[in-house]
Design a protein around this ligand. Structure first.
Ligand code: SF4
Ligand code: SF4
Length: 341
């Protein structure tokens, strides 16, 4: 498949600013596939006043509706996290999304969801302890709020993962099947399940997602070819065929699973309607760290990008970045939705 343009399927995408805030690197898990650059078990939290100041600043950044996603590490480990989410809603953040490893009690999540709008729970098979039971209890209690589960397809745990997917389906819980990008040891060997100490492998100018064939078995790799990563479609993919341009609706994780996530040289709209805040406060136009546009703890105001720019990365590695509007060439601009300010 030869993709020539991508557009985000979310409604009102031009009227909103998507912010993904990595609140801290601190996490209570140490998943084998999570690079040391992305998590630890010791980073210090900031005072809640500091975090609240950031919220006030983000609100001043834009007139658009803010969709704020808290991620980590594990944001729910922050002792005053529920208070912080409550503050976001009091201050008018349109939608607060929390991405969590599901390690808190179901009672905790039910309390959190009194304020948050959407929760994304990830199922990590090296650490799951009553995770499914807890997820089902949360779903029953937050019927009117959005929830989805990312099932991390750990090698050697496929059958277990398939059982989890079956239960999620039976309980009407939205799920996304995630192909894992493994981390690497200093000797360049892939970190196998339950091994520790890996880090990102940098290929030219992006994380390597191209050399993981030995991570999954052939049978497991077959599973990713079916194109069923989620019933939830979030991206419009325009494909050039001998019969003309075809558009297909799919989930970004299908693109990732096929390894079609290469957009070097394309025109990309990252930084206009979406920003990424790193745990040190640095603000980037996307998770590819393409361009630093400020620091939320140091700068008085963050100025958003106004124009699309050429992608220079070998891989568009993050699911949230893949769905950002992009075109292979100016001649394909007519296929994507126009900007509205
Ligand atoms: S739960 Fe998430 S942040 Fe924590 S170690 Fe696992 S993948 Fe990394
Ligand atoms: S890697 Fe960054 S610049 Fe390139 S397509 Fe993805 S979001 Fe856009």
């Amino acid at each position: 498949m030869k993709s020539i343009a991508i557009d985000d399927l979310s409604s009102n995408v031009h009227k909103r600013l998507d912010i993904i805030w990595k609140l801290n690197k601190r996490c209570n898990f140490d998943c084998s596939y999570c690079p040391s650059e992305l998590h630890d078990n010791f980073s210090k939290w900031k005072d809640i006043k500091k975090y609240k100041t950031v919220i006030d600043k983000l609100i001043k950044t834009t007139n658009k509706r803010i969709w704020l996603t808290f991620t980590g590490g594990e944001p729910c480990l922050y002792p005053q996290f529920i208070e912080l989410v409550k503050y976001c809603k009091e201050k008018g953040i349109y939608s607060v999304v929390v991405s969590s490893n599901a390690s808190k009690s179901s009672d905790y999540y039910i309390e959190l969801m009194k304020y948050a709008d959407n929760i994304i729970l990830s199922y990590h098979f090296e650490y799951q302890i009553n995770t499914l039971k807890s997820i089902i209890a949360i779903k029953k209690s937050i019927e009117k709020k959005s929830m989805r589960v990312n099932v991390m397809m750990l090698p050697e745990h496929f059958e277990e993962a398939k059982d989890v997917i079956k239960s999620l389906k039976e309980n009407n819980i939205l799920y996304i099947i995630r192909r894992i990008r493994p981390s690497y040891l200093p000797n360049s060997k892939i970190v196998r399940p339950n091994q520790k100490g890996g880090s990102l492998k940098i290929l030219d100018d992006g994380p390597d997602f191209s050399n993981d064939e030995n991570y999954y078995s052939d049978n497991e790799l077959e599973f990713f070819k079916i194109g069923h990563m989620s019933i939830f479609k979030n991206v419009l993919n325009f494909i050039e065929t001998s019969d003309g341009i075809k558009k297909i609706e799919e989930n970004v994780n299908d693109i990732l699973a096929r390894k079609d996530n290469k957009y070097k040289g394309w025109l990309c709209w990252s930084g206009i309607n979406n920003i990424r805040i790193w745990s040190d406060g640095n603000v980037y136009n996307a998770a590819c760290w393409n361009k630093k546009i400020g620091n939320i703890y140091k700068d008085l105001i963050i100025t958003l990008e106004k124009q699309p720019h050429i992608c220079e990365k070998a891989w568009c590695s993050c699911a949230s970045n893949i769905k950002i509007k992009k075109i292979k060439d100016e001649k394909y601009r007519k296929y994507i939705r126009k900007d509205k300010n």
